[in-house]
Design a protein around this ligand. Structure first.
Ligand code: NCD
Length: 305
């Protein structure tokens, strides 16, 4: 049985196949409308979510299946002290596949070890968020026509942002990607990610000011300061508005420098940027449904010819 706990659960060839499938789903949705008739996805969300949970549920419904689950740990037996291991064993009796989001790093991996059905990591604490990476990559591929030879700026909370960790680890598997990490010193990308880049000989730079580097970027990935992972509110308040991407800043960027953001946005992208044709963050949400449909089909081993 296959799970999706980290993007490295897939080879580059498998990732390519997944993106091809997602692109075909975008073009021919009716072909896939009954591929999962009679199947169910369980969405087990112990942490807040709008996009990710609804996107998984919409993906299964678009395939003809159904969705069940809970939104918030307080709505589940976790509030009574049940372990993730026991919950997933129970859920395995109700559903064919599960997507789990949890505040603890490693929770999805533990669930996969006790599950009788494929488990998808929909975010585990400040660690990883592989399906966000799949949709980020799909968006980049559709907009740029390639997944290699870029200078990508990643800006904001690089320490706690799980989408950043999964994205860097995945993009580093492609040729010629140069990373520009833009963050306040307190929110730098974790050492283990830097070590991984060093080990593999990838090029990267770290800096504090977005305006110093924006002109050279081919892509800019903005992120929210992850309030819920801070140890104290004062630090959050001091850092929360460190970056604001404005129309004025966008004027100094390349004409085809797309801006991505996993959302939710707080203040880090001014709403005036939304009308810029390079603002790709709402497109990402749409690609998220196609890629999750492709992932569900792949993990359930369903082929549509
Ligand atoms: C992200 C997450 O949950 O990590 N959101 C999402 O799934 N699109 C990013 C965030 O919350 O900042």
């Amino acid at each position: 049985m296959r799970h999706c706990i980290t993007p490295s659960d897939f080879t580059l060839k498998e990732l390519d196949d997944l993106f091809d499938l997602a692109a075909d789903i975008e073009k021919n949705p009716e072909k896939y409308a009954h591929a999962c008739d009679g199947k169910k996805i369980a969405t087990l969300f112990y942490e807040p979510s709008t996009r990710t949970r609804l996107s998984f549920e919409a993906a299964m419904m678009n395939l003809g299946g159904k969705a069940l689950g809970f939104a918030g740990a307080s709505q589940s037996s976790a509030a009574k002290g049940e372990s993730v291991a026991d919950t997933i064993r129970v859920v395995s009796c109700f559903a064919d596949i599960a997507a789990i989001r949890h505040n603890k790093e490693g929770a999805a991996l533990v669930a996969s070890q006790f599950s009788d059905i494929p488990v998808i990591n929909a975010g585990d604490g400040g660690h990883e968020h592989p399906t966000q990476t799949l949709l980020d990559m799909m968006t980049i591929r559709q907009l740029k026509g390639r997944l290699s030879n870029f200078t990508i700026g990643i800006c904001g909370d690089l320490k706690f942002g799980r989408t950043v960790h999964s994205l860097v680890k995945t993009m580093a598997r492609y040729e010629g990607v140069h990373f520009v990490f833009i963050s306040p010193p307190e929110l730098k990308v974790p050492d283990y990610i830097i070590d991984l880049l060093d080990e593999k000989g990838y090029t990267y730079e770290e800096c504090i000011k977005l305006e110093d580097v924006i002109t050279k970027l081919d892509l800019l990935y903005m992120t929210r300061v992850q309030r819920e992972r801070f140890f104290n509110e004062e630090d959050y308040i001091r850092l929360k508005d460190f970056y604001v991407l404005t129309e004025k800043l966008m004027r100094s960027a390349k004409k085809d420098m797309y801006v991505l953001h996993p959302l939710p946005r707080v203040n880090e992208i001014s709403v005036e940027v939304d009308k810029d044709p390079r603002a790709a963050y709402f497109k990402q949400v749409q690609y998220g449904v196609y890629v999750r449909m492709a992932l569900i089909l792949t993990l359930l081993g369903i082929r549509v010819d």
